[in-house]
Write a protein that binds this ligand. Structure first.
Ligand SMILES: Cc1cc2nc3c(=O)[nH]c(=O)nc-3n(C[C@H](O)[C@H](O)[C@H](O)COP(=O)(O)O)c2cc1C
Length: 375
Protein backbone atom coordinates (compact mmCIF):
# COMPACT_ATOMS: atom_id res chain seq x y z
CA UNK A 1 0.00 0.00 0.00
CA UNK A 2 1.23 3.51 -0.81
CA UNK A 3 2.51 5.26 2.24
CA UNK A 4 0.20 8.15 3.01
CA UNK A 5 2.57 11.08 2.65
CA UNK A 6 -0.45 13.38 2.42
CA UNK A 7 -1.49 12.47 5.94
CA UNK A 8 1.86 13.20 7.55
CA UNK A 9 2.00 16.31 9.64
CA UNK A 10 4.20 19.19 8.53
CA UNK A 11 6.22 21.25 10.96
CA UNK A 12 8.58 23.17 8.70
CA UNK A 13 6.64 26.42 8.70
CA UNK A 14 7.73 28.20 11.83
CA UNK A 15 4.91 28.49 14.42
CA UNK A 16 2.44 26.91 12.00
CA UNK A 17 2.30 23.16 12.59
CA UNK A 18 0.00 21.55 10.01
CA UNK A 19 -1.86 18.34 10.90
CA UNK A 20 -1.40 17.01 7.37
CA UNK A 21 -0.14 18.05 3.92
CA UNK A 22 -3.57 18.37 2.34
CA UNK A 23 -4.31 22.02 1.57
CA UNK A 24 -7.65 23.40 0.44
CA UNK A 25 -6.90 25.51 -2.65
CA UNK A 26 -8.34 29.02 -2.91
CA UNK A 27 -11.71 28.95 -4.69
CA UNK A 28 -14.09 31.77 -5.54
CA UNK A 29 -17.62 30.67 -4.65
CA UNK A 30 -19.54 33.96 -4.98
CA UNK A 31 -21.67 33.60 -1.85
CA UNK A 32 -21.16 37.15 -0.50
CA UNK A 33 -24.32 38.38 -2.24
CA UNK A 34 -25.00 41.23 0.17
CA UNK A 35 -24.44 44.93 -0.21
CA UNK A 36 -21.07 45.10 1.52
CA UNK A 37 -19.70 41.82 0.09
CA UNK A 38 -19.40 40.56 3.65
CA UNK A 39 -18.68 36.87 4.40
CA UNK A 40 -21.45 35.39 6.53
CA UNK A 41 -21.42 32.99 9.46
CA UNK A 42 -24.13 30.65 8.18
CA UNK A 43 -22.65 30.27 4.69
CA UNK A 44 -18.92 31.06 4.67
CA UNK A 45 -18.43 30.11 8.31
CA UNK A 46 -20.13 26.76 7.92
CA UNK A 47 -18.45 25.98 4.57
CA UNK A 48 -14.93 26.53 5.88
CA UNK A 49 -15.64 24.85 9.21
CA UNK A 50 -16.83 21.75 7.34
CA UNK A 51 -13.40 21.63 5.66
CA UNK A 52 -11.29 22.43 8.75
CA UNK A 53 -9.53 19.06 8.81
CA UNK A 54 -7.42 20.23 5.87
CA UNK A 55 -3.83 20.85 7.01
CA UNK A 56 -4.39 24.41 5.77
CA UNK A 57 -7.34 26.21 4.17
CA UNK A 58 -6.70 29.05 1.74
CA UNK A 59 -9.85 31.11 1.31
CA UNK A 60 -11.36 32.26 -1.93
CA UNK A 61 -9.78 35.32 -3.52
CA UNK A 62 -10.91 38.38 -1.53
CA UNK A 63 -10.64 41.84 -3.05
CA UNK A 64 -8.31 44.22 -1.23
CA UNK A 65 -10.33 47.28 -2.26
CA UNK A 66 -13.43 48.26 -4.19
CA UNK A 67 -11.18 48.84 -7.17
CA UNK A 68 -9.78 45.27 -6.99
CA UNK A 69 -13.05 43.48 -7.80
CA UNK A 70 -13.94 41.69 -11.02
CA UNK A 71 -16.57 39.11 -10.13
CA UNK A 72 -20.01 39.38 -8.57
CA UNK A 73 -20.59 38.44 -4.92
CA UNK A 74 -16.94 37.85 -3.97
CA UNK A 75 -16.07 38.84 -0.40
CA UNK A 76 -13.72 41.71 0.37
CA UNK A 77 -11.19 42.36 3.12
CA UNK A 78 -11.14 46.16 3.15
CA UNK A 79 -14.16 47.22 5.25
CA UNK A 80 -14.88 46.95 8.97
CA UNK A 81 -17.99 44.82 8.26
CA UNK A 82 -15.95 42.40 6.15
CA UNK A 83 -13.35 42.04 8.92
CA UNK A 84 -16.16 41.28 11.40
CA UNK A 85 -17.58 38.69 8.99
CA UNK A 86 -14.20 37.00 8.53
CA UNK A 87 -13.69 36.90 12.32
CA UNK A 88 -16.64 34.52 12.54
CA UNK A 89 -15.13 32.32 9.84
CA UNK A 90 -11.67 32.08 11.45
CA UNK A 91 -13.25 31.39 14.86
CA UNK A 92 -15.16 28.42 13.45
CA UNK A 93 -12.07 26.97 11.75
CA UNK A 94 -9.87 27.50 14.80
CA UNK A 95 -12.45 25.86 17.04
CA UNK A 96 -11.89 22.73 14.96
CA UNK A 97 -8.08 23.11 15.24
CA UNK A 98 -7.87 24.13 11.60
CA UNK A 99 -5.52 26.69 10.03
CA UNK A 100 -6.69 29.33 7.57
CA UNK A 101 -5.00 31.88 5.29
CA UNK A 102 -6.91 34.48 3.30
CA UNK A 103 -6.10 35.04 -0.36
CA UNK A 104 -5.61 38.72 -1.18
CA UNK A 105 -6.83 39.55 -4.66
CA UNK A 106 -6.74 42.30 -7.26
CA UNK A 107 -8.04 41.30 -10.67
CA UNK A 108 -6.52 44.23 -12.62
CA UNK A 109 -7.92 44.25 -16.15
CA UNK A 110 -10.15 41.15 -15.62
CA UNK A 111 -12.94 43.48 -14.60
CA UNK A 112 -15.46 45.84 -16.17
CA UNK A 113 -16.65 49.49 -15.88
CA UNK A 114 -19.96 48.09 -14.55
CA UNK A 115 -18.11 47.41 -11.28
CA UNK A 116 -16.55 50.88 -11.13
CA UNK A 117 -19.37 53.38 -11.79
CA UNK A 118 -18.47 53.43 -15.45
CA UNK A 119 -14.75 54.04 -14.90
CA UNK A 120 -12.13 51.80 -16.49
CA UNK A 121 -10.47 48.98 -14.55
CA UNK A 122 -6.77 49.41 -13.80
CA UNK A 123 -3.89 47.41 -15.29
CA UNK A 124 -0.16 47.85 -15.97
CA UNK A 125 -0.88 48.87 -19.58
CA UNK A 126 -3.91 49.80 -21.68
CA UNK A 127 -4.17 46.35 -23.29
CA UNK A 128 -7.45 44.46 -23.45
CA UNK A 129 -7.34 40.89 -22.07
CA UNK A 130 -10.07 39.93 -24.58
CA UNK A 131 -11.66 37.77 -21.93
CA UNK A 132 -15.14 37.47 -20.42
CA UNK A 133 -16.27 38.89 -17.09
CA UNK A 134 -19.35 38.23 -14.98
CA UNK A 135 -20.72 41.66 -14.14
CA UNK A 136 -23.80 42.63 -12.12
CA UNK A 137 -25.48 42.92 -15.54
CA UNK A 138 -24.47 39.52 -16.89
CA UNK A 139 -21.52 38.21 -18.85
CA UNK A 140 -19.62 40.88 -20.79
CA UNK A 141 -16.40 41.29 -22.75
CA UNK A 142 -13.44 42.89 -21.01
CA UNK A 143 -12.55 46.43 -22.10
CA UNK A 144 -9.24 48.19 -22.68
CA UNK A 145 -8.19 49.10 -19.11
CA UNK A 146 -6.52 52.28 -17.90
CA UNK A 147 -2.74 52.06 -17.49
CA UNK A 148 -1.90 52.62 -13.83
CA UNK A 149 -0.16 55.84 -12.93
CA UNK A 150 2.61 55.79 -10.31
CA UNK A 151 -0.02 57.18 -7.94
CA UNK A 152 -2.37 54.25 -8.73
CA UNK A 153 0.49 51.83 -8.04
CA UNK A 154 1.27 53.48 -4.71
CA UNK A 155 -2.41 53.37 -3.73
CA UNK A 156 -2.66 49.67 -4.65
CA UNK A 157 0.40 48.85 -2.53
CA UNK A 158 -1.33 50.63 0.37
CA UNK A 159 -4.53 48.68 -0.30
CA UNK A 160 -2.68 45.37 -0.03
CA UNK A 161 -0.94 46.47 3.14
CA UNK A 162 -4.24 47.54 4.65
CA UNK A 163 -5.88 44.25 3.64
CA UNK A 164 -3.04 42.32 5.32
CA UNK A 165 -3.58 44.37 8.46
CA UNK A 166 -7.29 43.55 8.30
CA UNK A 167 -6.43 39.87 7.92
CA UNK A 168 -4.42 40.03 11.15
CA UNK A 169 -7.35 41.76 12.82
CA UNK A 170 -9.69 39.01 11.59
CA UNK A 171 -7.42 36.37 13.20
CA UNK A 172 -6.23 34.68 10.02
CA UNK A 173 -3.14 32.48 10.44
CA UNK A 174 -1.65 34.18 7.41
CA UNK A 175 -2.28 35.58 3.95
CA UNK A 176 -1.65 34.43 0.40
CA UNK A 177 -0.89 37.00 -2.29
CA UNK A 178 -2.84 36.07 -5.42
CA UNK A 179 -0.02 36.68 -7.89
CA UNK A 180 -1.38 34.04 -10.25
CA UNK A 181 -3.91 33.13 -12.93
CA UNK A 182 -3.72 36.24 -15.12
CA UNK A 183 -4.70 38.81 -12.48
CA UNK A 184 -2.97 42.08 -11.61
CA UNK A 185 0.50 40.80 -10.57
CA UNK A 186 0.60 38.32 -13.44
CA UNK A 187 -0.31 41.19 -15.77
CA UNK A 188 2.77 43.03 -14.54
CA UNK A 189 5.03 39.95 -14.95
CA UNK A 190 4.10 39.23 -18.54
CA UNK A 191 5.44 41.19 -21.51
CA UNK A 192 2.23 40.88 -23.54
CA UNK A 193 0.21 42.65 -20.83
CA UNK A 194 2.94 44.99 -19.57
CA UNK A 195 4.49 47.35 -22.09
CA UNK A 196 5.36 50.07 -19.56
CA UNK A 197 8.49 52.11 -20.11
CA UNK A 198 8.97 53.21 -16.49
CA UNK A 199 10.61 51.24 -13.64
CA UNK A 200 7.67 48.77 -13.66
CA UNK A 201 8.17 47.61 -17.27
CA UNK A 202 10.86 46.52 -19.72
CA UNK A 203 13.31 44.27 -17.91
CA UNK A 204 12.42 41.17 -15.90
CA UNK A 205 13.48 42.93 -12.73
CA UNK A 206 11.21 45.89 -13.53
CA UNK A 207 8.19 43.70 -14.30
CA UNK A 208 8.63 41.94 -10.93
CA UNK A 209 9.08 45.22 -9.03
CA UNK A 210 5.42 45.87 -8.21
CA UNK A 211 5.06 42.38 -6.70
CA UNK A 212 8.13 42.84 -4.48
CA UNK A 213 7.01 46.32 -3.43
CA UNK A 214 3.68 44.86 -2.31
CA UNK A 215 5.43 41.98 -0.52
CA UNK A 216 7.77 44.39 1.26
CA UNK A 217 4.84 46.59 2.31
CA UNK A 218 2.84 43.62 3.60
CA UNK A 219 5.72 42.30 5.68
CA UNK A 220 5.69 45.55 7.62
CA UNK A 221 2.34 44.47 9.10
CA UNK A 222 2.51 40.67 9.12
CA UNK A 223 5.50 38.35 9.67
CA UNK A 224 7.12 36.90 6.54
CA UNK A 225 6.50 33.38 7.85
CA UNK A 226 2.76 34.11 7.62
CA UNK A 227 2.87 35.12 3.96
CA UNK A 228 2.34 32.74 1.06
CA UNK A 229 2.49 33.65 -2.64
CA UNK A 230 0.89 31.93 -5.62
CA UNK A 231 2.13 31.60 -9.23
CA UNK A 232 0.94 29.87 -12.38
CA UNK A 233 4.06 30.14 -14.59
CA UNK A 234 2.79 28.18 -17.62
CA UNK A 235 -0.64 29.82 -17.86
CA UNK A 236 -1.19 30.30 -21.58
CA UNK A 237 -4.28 31.19 -23.60
CA UNK A 238 -6.42 31.71 -20.47
CA UNK A 239 -7.47 35.06 -18.92
CA UNK A 240 -5.65 36.87 -21.70
CA UNK A 241 -2.23 35.52 -20.69
CA UNK A 242 0.20 34.73 -23.51
CA UNK A 243 3.60 33.29 -22.71
CA UNK A 244 6.75 34.47 -24.44
CA UNK A 245 10.46 33.68 -24.25
CA UNK A 246 10.86 35.74 -21.07
CA UNK A 247 7.92 34.32 -19.13
CA UNK A 248 9.65 31.35 -17.51
CA UNK A 249 12.87 33.32 -16.87
CA UNK A 250 10.69 35.94 -15.12
CA UNK A 251 9.25 33.33 -12.76
CA UNK A 252 12.72 31.84 -12.22
CA UNK A 253 13.99 35.27 -11.23
CA UNK A 254 11.08 35.86 -8.83
CA UNK A 255 11.22 32.43 -7.22
CA UNK A 256 15.00 32.52 -6.74
CA UNK A 257 14.72 35.99 -5.22
CA UNK A 258 12.09 34.69 -2.79
CA UNK A 259 14.84 32.59 -1.17
CA UNK A 260 15.89 35.87 0.47
CA UNK A 261 12.55 35.94 2.31
CA UNK A 262 11.36 33.64 5.05
CA UNK A 263 7.89 33.00 3.60
CA UNK A 264 5.31 30.45 4.78
CA UNK A 265 5.37 28.87 1.31
CA UNK A 266 5.28 29.40 -2.42
CA UNK A 267 2.23 27.89 -4.07
CA UNK A 268 2.65 26.81 -7.70
CA UNK A 269 0.15 25.47 -10.21
CA UNK A 270 0.90 22.89 -12.87
CA UNK A 271 -0.33 24.09 -16.30
CA UNK A 272 -4.12 24.50 -16.42
CA UNK A 273 -4.24 23.26 -20.03
CA UNK A 274 -2.11 21.27 -22.48
CA UNK A 275 0.98 23.37 -23.20
CA UNK A 276 3.02 20.64 -24.90
CA UNK A 277 2.99 22.62 -28.18
CA UNK A 278 3.94 25.94 -26.51
CA UNK A 279 7.70 26.16 -26.92
CA UNK A 280 8.14 28.69 -24.10
CA UNK A 281 6.18 26.67 -21.53
CA UNK A 282 7.44 24.37 -18.80
CA UNK A 283 5.25 21.27 -18.61
CA UNK A 284 6.33 20.01 -15.19
CA UNK A 285 6.22 22.96 -12.85
CA UNK A 286 7.07 21.29 -9.51
CA UNK A 287 10.01 19.43 -11.03
CA UNK A 288 11.33 22.56 -12.73
CA UNK A 289 11.03 24.98 -9.82
CA UNK A 290 11.78 22.70 -6.83
CA UNK A 291 15.58 22.97 -7.24
CA UNK A 292 15.35 26.78 -7.40
CA UNK A 293 13.52 27.31 -4.11
CA UNK A 294 14.78 26.29 -0.66
CA UNK A 295 11.63 26.94 1.37
CA UNK A 296 8.24 25.22 1.53
CA UNK A 297 6.73 24.46 -1.87
CA UNK A 298 3.03 23.79 -2.33
CA UNK A 299 1.84 22.30 -5.63
CA UNK A 300 -1.65 22.29 -7.15
CA UNK A 301 -3.83 21.50 -10.12
CA UNK A 302 -5.22 18.16 -11.14
CA UNK A 303 -3.96 16.10 -8.21
CA UNK A 304 -5.76 13.18 -6.59
CA UNK A 305 -4.74 11.03 -3.65
CA UNK A 306 -2.34 8.84 -5.65
CA UNK A 307 -0.60 11.59 -7.59
CA UNK A 308 -0.52 13.79 -4.47
CA UNK A 309 1.31 11.10 -2.54
CA UNK A 310 3.69 10.54 -5.46
CA UNK A 311 4.67 14.21 -5.83
CA UNK A 312 5.45 14.33 -2.10
CA UNK A 313 7.35 11.02 -2.19
CA UNK A 314 9.45 12.23 -5.13
CA UNK A 315 10.32 15.34 -3.15
CA UNK A 316 9.03 17.84 -5.71
CA UNK A 317 6.69 19.44 -3.19
CA UNK A 318 6.02 19.62 0.55
CA UNK A 319 2.28 20.29 0.43
CA UNK A 320 -0.46 19.56 -2.12
CA UNK A 321 -3.44 21.87 -2.66
CA UNK A 322 -6.71 20.34 -3.82
CA UNK A 323 -9.44 22.50 -5.36
CA UNK A 324 -12.52 20.89 -6.84
CA UNK A 325 -12.21 17.74 -4.72
CA UNK A 326 -12.66 19.93 -1.64
CA UNK A 327 -15.87 21.42 -3.02
CA UNK A 328 -17.68 18.08 -3.04
CA UNK A 329 -15.72 16.26 -0.29
CA UNK A 330 -15.68 18.40 2.86
CA UNK A 331 -14.05 15.47 4.70
CA UNK A 332 -11.41 14.98 2.00
CA UNK A 333 -8.64 14.24 4.51
CA UNK A 334 -10.71 11.62 6.31
CA UNK A 335 -11.73 10.06 2.99
CA UNK A 336 -8.05 9.75 2.07
CA UNK A 337 -7.32 8.20 5.47
CA UNK A 338 -10.17 5.71 5.26
CA UNK A 339 -9.99 5.01 1.50
CA UNK A 340 -13.49 6.27 0.86
CA UNK A 341 -14.87 7.07 -2.57
CA UNK A 342 -14.77 10.64 -3.86
CA UNK A 343 -18.01 12.53 -4.55
CA UNK A 344 -18.29 14.47 -7.82
CA UNK A 345 -18.69 18.23 -7.87
CA UNK A 346 -21.48 20.10 -9.63
CA UNK A 347 -20.10 22.90 -11.80
CA UNK A 348 -23.56 24.54 -12.06
CA UNK A 349 -23.39 25.55 -8.39
CA UNK A 350 -19.77 26.78 -8.30
CA UNK A 351 -20.69 30.48 -8.37
CA UNK A 352 -24.38 30.77 -7.42
CA UNK A 353 -25.74 32.24 -4.17
CA UNK A 354 -27.02 30.04 -1.37
CA UNK A 355 -26.23 26.76 0.33
CA UNK A 356 -26.91 24.46 -2.62
CA UNK A 357 -23.65 23.00 -3.90
CA UNK A 358 -21.84 24.87 -1.12
CA UNK A 359 -22.59 23.64 2.39
CA UNK A 360 -24.79 20.66 1.51
CA UNK A 361 -22.14 18.14 0.40
CA UNK A 362 -22.26 15.50 3.14
CA UNK A 363 -19.39 13.99 5.11
CA UNK A 364 -19.25 10.22 4.99
CA UNK A 365 -16.62 9.76 7.69
CA UNK A 366 -16.13 10.50 11.37
CA UNK A 367 -14.11 13.56 12.37
CA UNK A 368 -10.35 13.32 12.00
CA UNK A 369 -9.62 13.14 15.71
CA UNK A 370 -11.43 9.79 15.82
CA UNK A 371 -9.10 8.38 13.17
CA UNK A 372 -5.70 7.03 14.06
CA UNK A 373 -3.02 8.95 12.17
CA UNK A 374 -0.29 6.94 10.45
CA UNK A 375 2.30 9.71 10.36
C1 LIG B 1 -14.79 27.22 -8.54
C2 LIG B 1 -13.34 27.60 -8.61
C3 LIG B 1 -12.94 28.84 -8.15
C4 LIG B 1 -11.58 29.19 -8.13
N1 LIG B 1 -11.20 30.39 -7.59
C5 LIG B 1 -9.88 30.66 -7.39
C6 LIG B 1 -9.48 31.78 -6.62
O1 LIG B 1 -10.28 32.56 -6.07
N2 LIG B 1 -8.15 31.99 -6.48
C7 LIG B 1 -7.22 31.15 -7.04
O2 LIG B 1 -6.01 31.38 -6.88
N3 LIG B 1 -7.59 30.07 -7.76
C8 LIG B 1 -8.88 29.78 -7.92
N4 LIG B 1 -9.26 28.64 -8.57
C9 LIG B 1 -8.24 27.68 -9.00
C10 LIG B 1 -8.03 26.60 -7.95
O3 LIG B 1 -7.38 27.15 -6.80
C11 LIG B 1 -7.15 25.46 -8.50
O4 LIG B 1 -5.94 26.01 -8.98
C12 LIG B 1 -7.83 24.70 -9.62
O5 LIG B 1 -9.15 24.31 -9.25
C13 LIG B 1 -7.04 23.44 -9.99
O6 LIG B 1 -6.92 22.56 -8.89
P1 LIG B 1 -7.82 21.21 -8.80
O7 LIG B 1 -7.50 20.42 -10.04
O8 LIG B 1 -7.37 20.53 -7.55
O9 LIG B 1 -9.26 21.63 -8.77
C14 LIG B 1 -10.62 28.28 -8.64
C15 LIG B 1 -11.04 27.05 -9.15
C16 LIG B 1 -12.37 26.70 -9.11
C17 LIG B 1 -12.79 25.32 -9.62
Amino acid sequence: MTKEYLLQNFNNIKDLPLANRVVMAPMTRSRANNEGNVPTDDLHGLYYEQRASAGLIITEGSQVSKQAVGYINTPGIYSKEQVEGWKKVTARVHKKQGKIFIQLWHVGRISHPDFHNGKLPLAPSAINANAKVFTPNGEKDTVTPKAMTTEDIKQTIEDFKNAALNAVEANFDGIEIHSSNGYLFHQFFNKTSNTRTDEYGGSIENRARFFFEVLDAIKEVIAEKKIGVRFNPSLHGIFGMEMDEETIPTFEYIIKKLNDYNLAYIHLSEPFNDVSDVSYAVEHIAEHFRPLYHGTLMINAGFDEASGNTVLEEGYADLVAFGKLFISNPDLVERFALDKEMADWDTDTFYVPGSKGYTDYPRVTPELNNIESNS
